[in-house]
Design a binder for this molecule. Sequence first.
Ligand code: NAD
Ligand code: TYD
Length: 354
Amino acid sequence: MILVTGGAGFIGSNFVLDWLGGGLEPVVNLDKLTYAGNLENLQSLAKNKNHIFVRGDIADSELVSSLLNQHKIRAVVNFAAESHVDRSIHGPIDFIQTNVMGTFNLLECCRKYWGALSGLDKERFRFLHVSTDEVFGSLARDEPAFTENHRYEPNSPYSASKAASDHLVRAWLHTYGMPVLTTNCSNNYGPYHFPEKLIPLVIHNALKGKPLPIYGDGQQIRDWLYVSDHCSAIRCVLEKGVLGETYNIGGCNEKANLDVVHTICDLLDAQKPRADGRSYKDQITFVTDRPGHDKRYAMDASKIERELGWRPAQTFESGMAQTVQWYLANEQWTENVTSGAYREWVEKQYVGAA
Ligand code: NAD
Ligand code: TYD
């Protein structure tokens, strides 16, 4: 059994679906079901005995310890987090609680559990911590991409809380010898992406005839990776990663935000043209920039490619085409997640923009 935390969120649910789809070990899925967690993502597993869903908090030590012992967990993959930069600007406390205190609690529970194991069980145990490229801060246009050795320079409450969690994981390795692995990945996109993040938000707003909000001049750059490629990289690190190492994961797809939005509009213009025959680009609206907005992220993923043989399967073009198709085929999913709490958020974040 493996324990996946945050497995009802965007990347976690893709990971669990891919993992079980590949016939791998049973999964205990621990998720608090915050606004970002959604059991609908896991509907296809409703009758699957290899998926045990538990609603709960990674900061609950009694619960985490009992799950580890009861299910004889051989690996933990920690996705659970507050993950949205804009929300962290409005209210950082949940980010400190889950990303820092929650990860601390998971580490402590795992340390006790692993400490009591012996023989092969002890040797095989792994704690894989899923992190982000945002811990490295912002790059100038001409700087080389982040390597694993880049200094940590987080700029938002979100990235600072993730950086803190990475440091805890590192310390639990060096101090207690815990068998940990850390992955730092670039921006993901794909199915089940909550429509508060750029790509699903733009698809959703476009189809609803609403403004497509671009922060500042839209020239900020992100390195985009299709979510199933992130999931395959995590499986690869879990299987073959060297204990204590960190691995950067990225798609080598650096795009300015405005170009990403243009790509979405082009795909929608072709697949679901507006009734008036005009382009969705007409809906683009420039809005106030995000405070402390990082200019550019770019990942050097040569270590995982060289040492573990991982490569992304999707290009930006193929991944975006699949993503837009998925959202067109699953408009009900977006309708369901964009209920009351979502509308309150949009009103707070985009005040005066509509
Ligand atoms: P998400 O916000 O979609 O999902 C997070 C999940 O964690 C939700 O299901 C939520 O209910 C759950 N959760 C939150 N607090 C919890 C708690 N205290 N206990 C248990 N469960 C809790 O996030 P995501 O985009 O799927 O990101 C998953 C992980 O990957 C995060 O750690 C994030 O930092 C990291 N990451 C994300 C990206 C990206 O582009 N989305 C890129 C790199 C790394
Ligand atoms: P986002 O998807 O929130 O991911 P992150 O901040 O973790 O990179 O944002 C991606 C980029 O898109 C980021 O530079 C902010 C920008 N952005 C907009 O321009 N408009 C929006 O409405 C949102 C949500 C993001």
